[in-house]
Structures are given as structure tokens and as C-alpha cells.
Ligand binder design. Sequence first.
Ligand SMILES: [Mg+2]
Length: 181
Amino acid sequence: MSNRAIFLDRDDTLIKDVPYSGDITLVELLPNVREALEMLKNHGFCLFMVSNQSGVGRGLITAEQVHAVNQEILRQLGKNYFKDIYLCFSVPGQDDEGCRKPNPGMIWRARDEHDLDLAASFLIGDKPSDIFCAQNAGCRSVLLLTGTHGENLDDAKKAADFFADDLLQAAEWICRDSNIT
Ligand SMILES: [Mg+2]
């Protein structure tokens, strides 16, 4: 039987977005993130982080710095909730081999590597690119209104299955009200 997954964006979904930061002292979990991850995991979902990190492709930060920030997230959570972490370092407008959200590459790689049922899986993120990635990949989506990017969310709200004020509200909806069985 295939596994159900929750794909989580990183910046402004799990942690406060500090653009192109490789500084672990600036890592700050958003409110209720640990509770939300605990709820989703207890509900039987496999959790994955899926993050565009074009700062690496732009030469602003190193891959090692991105990994260090991710490790700091796990340290602050006190537990590794994630079955795997998928990152795309490509720069917009350059060939990303299908990995940069809204392209579905990271989701499809996770599906192939972890035997996931995408139709019963959700991507949660704060940007239109997260929601359109879910659409392109064939999974469901929840848009978080936690973003500090200033992008217009009208189309993303229409495309998303639900939108929520924070990750805990998204988790509550997925676990109680989304009618997944
Ligand atoms: Mg984000």
C-alpha cells in the first residue's frame, strides 16, 4: 500500500523567511509548527520538506549553509519529523531539470523514492508556486497566509483545496475535515 505524504515548504511555512540566509542564528520556527507536525505524523502521514533555495544557484549561499539551516530546524523541533528533504538550488529562468517549484520534480522524485500516493497527499506552502507545484504534481494543497513575499494570492487561493492562517490550522483541516480516508 502506498504512503500518504505531506510536503512542507520551508521558508514562511516552517520558519520565518530570511531571504538567502545561511545563518543558523537567524532560524526561528513559526508558532505551532511542532504541534502541527506532530498532528500530521500521528495521523499517519510521511512528512517531507520541499524547498526552492535559489540562493545557492545565485552564488549567495552554499549548499552546506542550506543544510546547516535545515539541521538547525530539526534541532529546534527536537525531533526529525521528516522522512526526507528535497531541495532545488536552481535559479528562475535557468534550466532546473524540472525541480524548481512550481515544477513537480521534487514531488515526483519523492513519490518514486518513497512509494507515495500523491492523490492522497498534500503540499502546504505560502506562495503561488507551492500551490501550482501541487497542481502540476497531482497532489492536493493548502495555502498558508503566513507569507511575507507580497505576491498576489488570488489565483493560488482558487487553485488550493484550502487556505489557512498557519500550519496548525492547515494540519487540523487535513486531519479532520479534508475527508481523506
Ligand atoms: Mg515559502
